[in-house]
Ligand binder design. Structure first.
Ligand code: PLP
Length: 390
């Protein structure tokens, strides 16, 4: 598998939760499109544009079928997860949230699933409520349930934590939340990478993810939304392509999903995303599960190394601290050995602070990682630790 990824020639890449490397098929799809087929979509009638439009639109159908949406109109192309959540907060949020209402998130959210709701709460004089975690690092389900009320208008939680690796029980949380007439948003930035996603089975109202974490290009992502909800939501950006008729006084908008896609879209990135979906659809999750177990066991044996949290189910990513060493020093020393890990607060400052730490190291696996990578990391960490002890 590693051979599919040209950028990984001499690196051990353990930062896929930040962004995944790109297989050659995705790079080639984008490059071929620019070199041989490039043209705009939707507006032009010449054959190249018609072909480009067909190629671009086929990705919408492909994504819809992959995540089992009812129809392709439920798939909106966005810049990524952040863009998608901001769209929901601006459009649906401004429509349904009123003064005194509540938006419920959880303590393990990425900033992308905190700030848009915080901004909405400020705009509307609403309250952002945070469901706590239990001592294992799972959402405390009974507290989650007790924080819901008739005031809750939107519930938004992550499918998989980008820090702890916790895989949240989406269906269980949705079932509990559905006791109230509210909207359910799932941040799927990490979930789509490691779990089979069926939006109808989940019964979520929205599911958002980014192309670059599923071996696709940056600058493109997906917002899935139930059609009847998208239909009632106003667009948040105006411009070309999202309109039907325009005068200086007024305009009529396109139907869902085009009304949410103002301007010339990221055509090449969407096409690259289509190839990434083909690629990821053929992957099995067994390899990464096995790798996680191997890594947890091996790294835990290092004296002073502490893996944060112990969730019931963990995706192939975890965060650790190593006694006596600053995470930044660890990452820098590993970088000299051409091992890439992530350090800092992982865009989840409130979570890290609630765990009482300022920074940590994160290891996250992709399809290209192997036991040899874990062995190399283990050896490098042992060397670094020995240095620190001198
Ligand atoms: N949510 C989670 C759980 C993430 O891990 C990330 C990215 O790291 C995001 C949201 C934001 O994704 P993007 O930066 O691609 O918009």
């Amino acid at each position: 598998m590693k051979s599919d990824f040209p950028a990984l020639k001499d690196w051990i890449y353990l930062d896929s939760a930040a962004t995944a490397q790109k297989p050659k098929c995705v790079i080639d799809a984008i490059s071929n499109f620019y070199q041989e087929e490039y043209a705009t979509v939707h507006r032009a009638v010449y054959q190249m544009a018609a072909e480009s439009t067909e190629k671009y639109s086929s990705v919408r159908r492909k994504v819809a079928s992959w995540i089992h949406a009812r129809q392709e109109e439920e798939i909106i192309f966005t810049k990524g997860t952040t863009d998608a959540i901001n769209l929901i907060a601006r459009s649906l949020g401004d429509l349904v949230v009123e003064e005194g209402d509540e938006i419920l998130i959880t303590a393990m959210e990425h900033h992308a699933n905190i700030i848009p709701w915080q901004m909405l709460a400020k705009r509307k004089k609403a309250r952002l409520v945070v469901a706590p975690l239990d001592e294992r690092g799972d959402i405390d389900v009974s507290q989650f349930a007790s924080l819901l009320s008739a005031r809750t208008k939107i519930v938004s939680f992550t499918h998989i934590s980008n820090v702890l690796g916790t895989i949240n029980p989406v269906k269980e949380l949705v079932k509990i939340a559905r006791r109230y007439p509210l909207y359910i948003v799932v941040d799927g930035a990490q979930g789509i990478v490691h779990e089979k996603v069926d939006v109808q089975d989940f019964d979520v109202d929205f599911y958002a993810f980014s192309g670059h974490k599923i071996y696709g290009p940056t600058g493109v992502g997906i917002l899935y939304g139930k059609k009847e909800i998208l239909d009632m939501m106003p667009p948040v950006q105006g411009g070309g392509d999202m309109v039907d008729t325009v005068s200086f006084e007024t305009a009529s908008y396109q139907e869902t999903p085009l009304k949410f896609e103002a301007g010339t879209p990221m055509i090449a990135s969407v096409i690259g995303l289509g190839t990434a979906v083909d690629y990821i659809q053929n992957l099995s999750f067994d390899h990464e599960k096995e790798l996680l177990q191997y890594a947890e066991a091996k790294l835990s044996s290092i004296e002073g190394l502490k893996i944060l949290a112990n969730p019931k189910q963990r995706a192939p990513l975890f965060t650790f601290t190593l006694e006596g060493l600053h995470p930044l020093d660890i990452a820098n020393l590993l970088s000299f050995k051409k091992i890439a890990i992530r350090t800092g607060t992982f865009c989840a400052q409130p979570l890290l602070h609630s765990l009482g730490i300022q920074a940590a190291c994160r290891v996250s696996f992709g399809i290209y990682n192997s036991r040899e990578d874990v062995d190399a990391l283990y050896k490098a960490l042992m060397d670094i630790r020995a240095l620190a002890l001198v």
